[in-house]
Design a protein around this ligand. Structure first.
Ligand code: NAI
Length: 377
């Protein structure tokens, strides 16, 4: 693991996810931008002292010399460091799991995606919400035609934690997120809009043809957007509306997806992630519960407990980890991955997210005109 040291947020979620189903074992790391703090943290995790590294370059060099070198490197650092770290490990022949947004520039994202293709290495990108079993069920229902042709996609990711200028009050996580040099061109749109964009495309299978956007910065002195509205025209005529916000007081982690087709609609809300609502033309709403017997293999393979026992965010993240491990093992063994190793977020999905951010910022800076195409390649 690179990053994810003491006090960091997502690194711990990665470690829990890796352990939960035994997908991967943490054996080495360069956990912190401060080497001494990183070593202290490695010791607290029970790591052998010779596998705790001062930085990722030392880790790369030393691991290459070991017979029992790490199989895959998880990058849990702020956005601006993803590119050099991922590039170095991919070029040296390691598989990589990388946080989103994949990079801070489109050029770097294109280069990473090309490097993955060129080296044949694996790169998973942790779009957390695509790990939920009911999101996979929704995807299966759309692709089986249960909703008919899709007309409208409403997706949102509102958060409240940055409603005031906490970046200037010592909040480390908010500080790098509001610094364009570390976060990239997008604020809320890069941090959480990329999750929403991926989720909408993942469930519907629709490709964005053009977008127009309106970014706002409500907190005084902040350098990046903290609220974004994006209209999306999808291939085939469907229309989408995406809202991401870091200033939506009252919304904790309110990821919500609603998909409307000619024959029915689906609704999913991450704060109640075990339930999926389907409404058909007669207006009757069916509650589809995680764990029910007749769900798709895609959903079943990502489920551990019977309906009624809640599973949630940590299990969704563990599903990504199990999926990544399965994809890597299947590639090594020259076989097709089982269900959990299929339909997982990969380098190209990361690239699409960065292309989306770029198009959104360009569109907003041009006052919403013209409509721009966010797909890079
Ligand atoms: P954080 O600020 O809490 O932690 C960053 C960690 O990386 C710290 O331990 C820091 O010391 C370390 N670090 C920084 N530069 C380093 C370097 N060059 N080498 C080694 N370690 C280094 O950040 P947070 O919130 O955990 O975010 C990290 C990444 O995860 C970001 O890209 C963010 O967008 C993403 N993220 C993804 C989420 C998801 O749902 N998939 C949720 C939250 C964050």
């Amino acid at each position: 693991m690179v990053g994810g040291g003491e006090g960091a947020y997502i690194g711990n979620i990665h470690r829990i996810a890796a352990r939960q189903d035994g997908a991967l074992q943490l054996v080495a790391g360069a956990f912190d931008v401060d080497a001494a703090r990183g070593h202290k943290f490695a010791a607290s995790q029970g790591l052998a002292a010779d596998r705790s590294y001062g930085d990722y370059k030392q880790m790369l060099e030393a691991e290459l010399k070991r017979e029992d070198r790490v199989d895959v490197v998880a990058i849990c650092t702020p956005n601006h460091t993803h590119f050099p770290i991922a590039k170095a490990f991919l070029e040296a022949g390691f598989d990589v799991i990388c946080e989103k947004p994949l990079t801070t520039t489109l050029e770097d994202a294109v280069a990473l995606d090309a490097l993955v293709k060129q080296t044949g290495r694996f790169m998973g990108v942790t779009y957390t919400y695509s790990g939920y079993p009911m999101i996979h069920e929704a995807r299966e229902m759309v692709s089986a035609g249960k909703l008919g042709k899709i007309r409208v996609v409403q997706v949102e990711y509102p958060l409240e934690w940055m409603a005031t200028a906490i970046e200037s009050e010592g909040n480390a996580q908010a500080a790098w997120r509001t610094d364009p040099k570390k976060s990239g061109r997008g604020g809320s749109i890069g941090d959480i809009g990329t999750h929403a964009y991926h989720l909408a495309g993942f469930v519907t299978g629709l490709k964005a043809q053009a977008i127009t956007a309106d970014l706002a910065t409500f907190v005084e002195g902040r350098q990046l957007d903290d609220n974004a509205h994006v209209m999306i025209r999808y291939e085939g005529g469907a229309r989408g509306l995406l809202w991401s916000s870091q200033v939506a007081i009252g919304c904790s982690n309110g990821v919500r997806l609603r998909v409307f087709g000619e024959k029915g609609s689906l609704q999913w809300f991450q704060e109640n992630p075990n339930d999926l609502l389907f409404t058909g033309l007669l207006g009757r709403t069916e509650l589809i519960k995680r764990g029910a017997g007749d769900l798709s293999e895609a959903a079943k393979s990502r489920t551990r407990t019977p309906p009624g026992h809640p599973e949630g965010y940590l299990e969704a993240f563990a599903n990504l980890y199990s999926g990544f491990a399965e994809a890597i093992n299947a590639r090594r063994e020259g076989r097709a991955p089982t269900a959990i190793g299929q339909n997982i977020p990969l380098a190209y999905d990361g690239l699409k997210g960065v292309a989306f951010v770029d198009a959104v910022v360009d569109s907003s800076q041009a006052d919403g005109q013209p409509w721009l195409t966010p797909v890079a390649v």
